[in-house]
Design a binder for this molecule. Structure first.
Ligand SMILES: CC(C)(COP(=O)(O)OP(=O)(O)OC[C@H]1O[C@@H](n2cnc3c(N)ncnc32)[C@H](O)[C@@H]1OP(=O)(O)O)[C@@H](O)C(=O)NCCC(=O)NCCS
Length: 167
């Protein structure tokens, strides 16, 4: 999978939106309680992500095909922190392409981007989504709370830290 490229999404037209919905629905195929609630929800949610965090909306591409994306917001008011932090609103790789390192590349891109603006990142993950929780922990995210089925995780960034993984 060495030919995977990371790009900032330039526009969200109908064709791209449909592809992102497909990825979202397939990525969460085995955990509908945490994503992929339905296509019309996905459409609204992904449009919301685009409007909220255009500058940090990164896609992974294999050739011309988008195979995964991460939405990184550098201006998120966290009511739990009482301040603005960085946030990962969505992170998903097409089921067919999971497990090949694409998620790592997207996350590295995201951390590099958010570290320019924020010194803390917040995200929410489903409590039974053990694979993703382990993935986040390997990047230094830690569980700090829970609301219903959602676990809140945070990571502190040091701006001069280039060695993201296991930091
Ligand atoms: C989480 C996700 C984006 C990772 O993308 P990916 O391309 O599969 O990740 P990579 O191949 O780069 O890395 C795989 C790592 O993630 C872990 N992982 C995360 N979720 C996993 C899952 N559902 N199944 C298997 N492994 C998973 C693996 O243990 C592996 O760890 P390792 O590198 O130590 O071996 C992807 O699994 C996904 O889209 N999951 C569904 C959506 C989701 O849960 N998003 C996060 C919600 S907050």
């Amino acid at each position: 999978m060495s030919e995977v490229r990371m790009e900032k999404l330039q526009k969200l037209d109908q064709e791209i939106l449909e592809r992102l919905i497909e990825i979202y629905m397939s990525g969460y195929e085995n955990m509908r309680e945490y994503g992929g609630e339905g296509e019309s929800y996905a459409k609204r949610y992904l449009r919301w992500c685009w409007n909220k965090a255009k500058d940090g909306f990164f896609v992974a591409k294999l050739g011309d095909e988008i195979v995964g994306f991460i939405v990184c917001d550098n201006d998120w008011y966290s009511k739990y922190e009482g301040r603005v932090v960085g946030a990962v609103h969505e992170f998903v790789v097409d089921k067919r392409f999971q497990g090949h390192g694409i998620g790592h590349k997207l996350m590295e891109n995201c951390l590099e981007y958010l570290s320019k603006y924020n010194n803390r990142i917040e995200l929410w993950v489903g409590e039974k989504n053990e694979g993703a929780i382990k993935f986040y922990e390997s990047y230094g995210f830690r569980k700090v709370g829970q609301n219903g089925i959602w676990v809140r995780m945070v990571k502190d960034l040091r701006k001069d830290d280039k060695e993201w993984k296991d930091s």
